[in-house]
Write a protein that binds this ligand. Structure first.
Ligand code: THU
Length: 160
């Protein structure tokens, strides 16, 4: 038997420590929480994706009375980016969460399905996508979506 300890590289920044581009993208993700359609959970999630051509694509969670038919903010942004600019890499993705009348103090944590889609996005364009998880106290920065999901499943796995 062998035991492995998988470690995840992640940095935590205060608002002032983030650079201008990061802050600008997070501001859009925060703005997007106000457009979230979440009458069931009342948990507003906003996302903003920066493409290689500089375009920023917005997303937010979209809920449904048939619960599984809804979609998370991250996937709504990444799928919209893929639909509108299939040839542009997604270089950066920011996420913010708002509930109970305020932005969360600590960063929200993307669900497993969204992590898998982030990895597919990164893999598809062959470069890293930086992920910014905003919280009022601190923002977590992952330089690659792959850092959010160790032992990833990607297209190569299909071929054994
Ligand atoms: N949600 C997201 O949009 N992104 C996440 O990373 C986690 C959860 C949404 C889905 C649902 O509309 C609400 O938050 C509560 O789970």
């Amino acid at each position: 038997m062998k035991e492995y300890n998988l470690s995840v590289p992640m940095r935590a920044y205060t608002w002032d420590e983030l650079n201008e581009d990061q802050r600008a993208l997070i501001e859009i993700a925060k703005e997007q929480t106000s457009r979230s359609y979440c009458p069931y959970s009342h948990y507003h999630v906003g996302a903003a994706a920066r493409l290689a051509n500089g375009v920023i694509i917005r997303g937010c969670n979209q809920e449904n009375a048939a619960y599984p038919s809804g979609l998370c903010a991250e996937r709504s942004a990444l799928f919209a980016a893929g639909a509108q600019y299939p040839d542009e890499a997604v270089e950066q993705l920011a996420i913010a969460c708002f509930t109970g009348g305020h932005f969360t103090k600590e960063p929200g944590s993307p669900c497993g399905g969204c992590r898998q889609v982030m990895i597919e996005t990164e893999h598809r364009y062959g470069g890293k996508m930086q992920v910014l998880l905003y919280g009022e106290n601190e923002t977590f920065v992952f330089d690659s979506a792959a850092d959010l999901l160790p032992l990833i499943f990607v297209s190569e796995n299909l071929n054994g």
